[in-house]
Design a protein around this ligand. Structure first.
Ligand SMILES: Cc1cc2nc3c(=O)[nH]c(=O)nc-3n(C[C@H](O)[C@H](O)[C@H](O)COP(=O)(O)OP(=O)(O)OC[C@H]3O[C@@H](n4cnc5c(N)ncnc54)[C@H](O)[C@@H]3O)c2cc1C
Ligand SMILES: *[C@@H]1O[C@H](CO)[C@@H](O)[C@H](O)[C@H]1NC(C)=O
Ligand SMILES: *[C@@H]1O[C@H](CO)[C@@H](O)[C@H](O)[C@H]1NC(C)=O
Length: 543
């Protein structure tokens, strides 16, 4: 492999996913983390449906299904309760459909989540370099120089100065890159301090429930990490200010637990991870400066209640990854990189309003002990299936969709530019059964052709075949029993829509030609009826 062209600072979910997307695009990367060992702890445990879909496109979903678990029901306790006064599901179970095969969030500890991502990187011969801290950088018109300080096992430090084409700061909320760029990080830090940790519970707590005690002003949440070793994750807020400033000890936690819940028969084991956390809700106003980018928590911090931080970090990484790859390969102009910030900032700004509102309801608002669990009924917008890039300068939209909410699903036809491309199962290719998600890849635009006739499709193929071959895949989707003309050979692949799910799910028919251009991040870039539209879309992408 040639020397890495991209330096990724930070090996949390954002950095790991970005590395994976770039490597799947054939762009060599170097990924460093300042910690001497991989971090432990449950931290962000929820994975949203849209994140699962992106993992399907990245071809890494099976591992998440193997280790992940459905979100368990919440057990609510009021003051004096030994048994919960109410047990209710957090999110309504949604049945999978051919167009939305992963409609339910799963829970997986962030520790396991990151380990899975690192394994996937390893398969592409990439390893995270531990004990390597990005200290400073300097950027020039055609490169970036980064100072990386490496600390070895004996604590000896060496600083290297290395040149890259691009630098991405994915180093979390305290991002060195963001600070050195001098980007504003506007928003608020809550007064409230939340103690977080993972502790073994040998007996006395049901791991199949998410336990929640509302004991104003205190709030205690406890749920199984689902890691097969009786580990539970807790979040505990509302302690008096003077004691909350210090990190809670295991003994203090246990003492408070017994006093608050009355459940003195619960047997605790070791506490593996303890931390103090002050909720932040902040974001930058741009995520790019020349050859330097920021992604994930470095660019936006969230309330934990909506469970959006990790999920939106993954979307940042996928959005940036394909664009950076095209520019690095000389296939797209550098201005394409401005659309990363353009598209993501709008989504994040709207999400912060959402999760901030959720946070005030859950952790602060009056602290009344009520049965109201509406704030926990997520699903809906938080599934992120409605996240869209309406108004983006590179999406060809019809009508005035630009005014839509960044989180709401398309109101019109089932497939719409700027929204997620739905899946479809029941397809058949030469090698056997397949799905649209299996056809999509983060390394290419997938151009789906529906309907039309040999003549109209041949005209489109003429345009498509002038585009960079390894950046565009063309797929002809035929209904069962429809004969394919001579034009079949002009496409990368012909799929038979055996069950009709692709045609019905996309709201299309054989009688009219429709070209659906799916971006590498699984977002529909354009839905057009002719070659003119195809040309217009790709003029906005390639050089
Ligand atoms: C208690 C808690 C609960 C949460 N729950 C959820 C949840 O349920 N759902 C959700 O979506 N999100 C949740 N989050 C948020 C989620 O953990 C973050 O959004 C997510 O980790 C962000 O990923 P990231 O890769 O951007 O940053 P991080 O995970 O913070 O990773 C940054 C990495 O960069 C490294 N680093 C820092 N500085 C440097 C440097 N100078 N050089 C090199 N490396 C550096 C760090 O060591 C770290 O490994 C929670 C967070 C916390 C704290
Ligand atoms: C992602 O979304 C899920 C589903 O709502 C949520 O439970 C989870 O906490 C989120 N993940 C993170 C790490 O924020
Ligand atoms: C690297 O560190 C050295 C020593 O602190 C400093 O003089 C130099 O300007 C730094 N270079 C970059 C690219 O940050």
């Amino acid at each position: 492999m040639p020397p890495p062209s991209v330096l990724i600072a930070g090996a949390g979910p954002s950095g790991l996913i970005l590395a994976l997307v770039l490597l799947q695009n054939g762009v060599p990367v170097r990924i460093i983390d300042k910690e001497p060992k991989h971090r432990i702890g449950a931290r962000g445990t929820g994975v949203q449906p849209r994140t699962l879909e992106l993992y399907a496109i990245l071809d890494i979903l099976p591992e998440f299904h193997k280790y992940g678990a459905p979100i368990v029901p919440m057990a609510m306790y009021k003051p004096g309760d030994i048994e919960p006064s109410k047990v209710a599901p957090l999110a309504q179970w949604v049945d999978p459909t051919p167009d939305t095969p992963h409609p339910n969030a799963i829970m997986i500890t962030q520790e396991r989540h990151e380990a899975i991502l690192r394994d996937q990187l390893q398969k592409l011969s990439c390893a995270v370099e531990l004990g390597s801290e990005l200290c400073s950088f300097e950027q020039f018109s055609d490169h970036v120089v980064a100072n990386i300080t490496k600390t070895d096992a004996d604590g000896k430090q060496v600083t290297e100065s290395t040149q890259f084409d691009w630098l991405v700061g994915a180093e979390g909320a305290r991002s060195v890159v963001r600070k050195q760029l001098g980007l504003s990080f506007l928003g608020e830090t809550q007064e409230q301090i939340v103690a977080l940790g993972d502790i073994v519970i040998e007996e006395g707590m049901d791991p199949k429930l998410w336990h929640m005690w509302k004991l104003p002003p205190r709030l205690l949440s406890l749920r199984s990490c689902n890691s097969g070793n009786n580990l539970f994750n807790f979040a505990y807020s509302g302690r008096p200010k003077h004691s909350a400033e210090k990190t809670l000890t295991r003994e203090e936690f246990i003492e408070d637990f017994y006093a608050l819940t009355g459940k003195r028969d619960v047997k605790f084991g070791a506490a593996t991870w303890m931390s103090n956390w002050r909720p932040n809700m902040r974001m930058v106003d741009t995520m790019r400066s020349g050859r330097v980018f920021i992604a994930g928590d470095a660019a936006h911090c969230h309330s934990p209640t909506g469970g959006q931080g990790l999920n939106s970090s993954v979307q940042d990484a996928v959005n940036l990854g394909w664009k950076l790859a095209l520019v690095q390969k000389g296939l797209a102009p550098a201005t394409l990189l401005d659309t990363y910030s353009e598209e993501r900032i709008r989504v994040i700004a709207q999400m912060l309003k959402l999760t901030t509102a959720l946070y005030s309801k859950t952790f602060t608002a009056g602290q009344a002990a009520t049965d109201d669990d509406s704030e926990w009924k997520r699903g809906g917008d938080l599934s992120m299936l409605g996240v869209n890039y309406c108004g983006s300068s590179i999406v060809l939209e019809d009508g005035d969709a630009g005014s839509a909410s960044a989180y709401s699903k398309a109101a019109g036809s089932p497939v719409q530019a700027a929204y997620r491309a739905p899946d479809a199962s029941g397809l058949v290719r030469a090698g056997g059964p397949t799905t649209l998600f299996a056809t999509f890849s983060v390394a290419v635009h997938t151009v789906l052709l529906f309907g039309g006739n040999t003549a109209s499709r041949t005209t489109i193929a003429g345009i498509l075949n002038q585009l960079p071959a390894d950046a565009v895949r063309t797929v002809l989707v035929m209904l069962q029993g429809q004969s394919v003309g001579d034009d079949a050979a002009l496409f990368s692949e012909v799929l038979e829509d055996r069950e009709g799910y692709a045609y019905s799910g996309y709201g299309l028919t054989m009688s009219e030609l429709a070209v659906v251009i799916v971006r590498p991040d699984g977002v529909v870039g354009a839905v057009v009826p002719d070659a003119e539209g195809v040309k217009r879309y790709f003029q906005g992408i390639f050089v």
